[in-house]
Design a protein around this ligand. Structure first.
Ligand code: UD1
Length: 417
């Protein structure tokens, strides 16, 4: 257990590197089990979720070696294991081992992901899709057991473009004897990244306007692959600059993945420009314009940026409305922001945020990853010392957030307890 101590009230100035994307790295690492070979994965973020995923791979017989931000996964001696809750812990994304194991071993036993702080998060779409591929799934008390004689290529029409379900289908389809087509598929940049990885190991995968085509194979090869920059990490620092003010450069950030985030923060009052090497942001931290924003699947405003956006809008010159359309219970951070003096009312999936002139330094608690980042952002606007409890959630998805903020001149310090 730990927390972040934040001394706020200062503008941000400086350059920081954006790390590899958490949500791209996790399915790619799971996919490393498929090729029975060597996977050299560059730009992998050093975050708890990645370490936990590597731990599962190691338990399944893979050899893991880190060299800076490169992780080498040798899956030539991989073997089937039961992925129980002792291995998955609280890591929901371990459910995508289901598709990877079904592909490689034609069976999988994966512990149930359970509910979480941002909503119930069922996996019915994963299950019905894998079943269409000939995988028989039985639900036990604590786990799902899957088995298949062979992975059947087919056409799957998703009733909702779930990111995780799309990844599970892609992973198992890469080992099918033929072409699988996914319609109404998720089209996040992280999905394109997984498609790039699968193509690189021999299963040609093409994403086009919500349709994904996976050419399954049984002839895989070794690969060297680079994880894309984390668009949510970059967005988090844009939000921080938006309300604390300052002038920052986010090295390696990819603006093409963040059009709606850049659009919204531009309307709020940030000046944002791009060059090949990253994104430049300038903000007075004052005159924040209220906004009405609805989260949605890509390319709409990402739900993973909603808490950070909310922190900024607490200081806007008027009333903003955020409509959360992806997760039904993702407003825990609003209560914590209200403890700091914000004026937020929640009704169902809608948050009404009446702008206040300042927030007060406080002790507050994060209950999920992005909420934690949002609370650090809020604390950066306050004079004096705040403490953000729940650092373990933040470490799941941000590599050294304290160091990144230090690069930007902020005083954010991790304190273990
Ligand atoms: C992924 C991301 C997460 C992000 C989310 C939405 C990873 C590791 N996590 O999560 O950071 O917030 O996409 O962009 O990449 N749903 C169902 N049934 C299903 C599957 C999903 O009802 O079988 C619902 C969920 O409860 C949720 C919505 O669909 O309300 C979106 O879920 P999904 O797109 O699957 O998100 P994840 O893959 O869990």
């Amino acid at each position: 257990m730990g927390r972040y101590i934040v001394y706020g009230g200062k503008k941000l100035f400086g350059i920081t590197d954006i790390h590899g994307s958490k949500n791209a790295a996790l399915p790619v690492l799971c996919g490393c089990i498929i090729n029975s070979g060597l996977n050299v994965i560059h730009n992998c973020p050093k975050i708890t979720d990645v370490f936990n995923t590597c731990h599962i791979l190691e338990r399944a017989g893979c050899k893991i070696k880190w060299d800076g931000s490169t992780v080498i996964v040798d899956s030539s001696k991989a073997r089937f294991i039961v992925i129980d809750d002792e291995l998955t812990g609280s890591m929901r994304s371990s459910i995508i081992f289901m598709g990877a194991f079904c592909g490689r071993f034609k069976k999988a036993v994966v512990s149930k992901p359970g509910g979480c702080r941002i909503g119930k998060r069922p996996i019915d779409i994963h299950i019905e899709s894998l079943e269409q591929m000939g995988i028989v799934i039985t639900e036990g008390l604590n786990c799902f057991s899957c088995s298949a004689g062979a992975i059947k290529p087919c056409e799957i029409n998703l009733r909702f473009p779930s990111v995780g379900a799309t990844e599970n289908i892609m992973l198992s389809a890469s080992c099918a004897d033929g072409v699988t087509v996914i319609k109404n598929a998720a089209c996040e940049p992280e999905i394109e990244a997984l498609a790039g990885f699968l193509t690189s190991i021999g299963a040609k995968t093409v994403c086009e306007n919500g349709k994904i085509t996976v050419c399954g194979t049984d002839k895989f090869n070794d690969t060297e692959y680079t994880i894309i920059p984390d668009r949510i990490e970059a967005g988090t620092y844009i939000a921080a600059c938006g309300c604390a003010g300052g002038e920052i450069f986010l090295k390696n950030a990819n603006a093409a993945h963040m059009r709606e985030v850049v659009n919204v923060f531009g309307k709020i009052g940030c000046k944002i420009s791009f060059c090949d090497g990253g994104i430049y942001v300038k903000s007075s931290g004052k005159d924040i314009m209220p906004q009405n924003v609805k989260t949605g699947v890509y390319p709409y405003f990402p739900t993973d940026m909603q808490p950070q956006l909310m922190s900024v809008l607490t200081l806007a010159q008027g009333t903003s409305i955020i409509n959360e359309s992806v997760f039904e219970n993702r407003f825990n951070h609003a209560l914590e922001l209200n403890k700091m003096g914000a004026n937020i009312e929640i009704e169902g999936s809608e948050a009404t945020i009446k702008g206040v002139t300042k927030l007060e330094a406080s002790e507050i608690s994060a209950f999920d990853l992005r909420a934690g980042a949002g609370l650090i952002i809020a604390a950066l606007t306050c004079d004096g010392m705040s403490a953000v409890n729940g650092a373990e959630y933040i470490k799941r998805g941000y590599e050294a957030i304290d160091e990144s903020f230090k690069d930007l001149g902020a005083n954010v310090r991790y304190e273990s307890r």
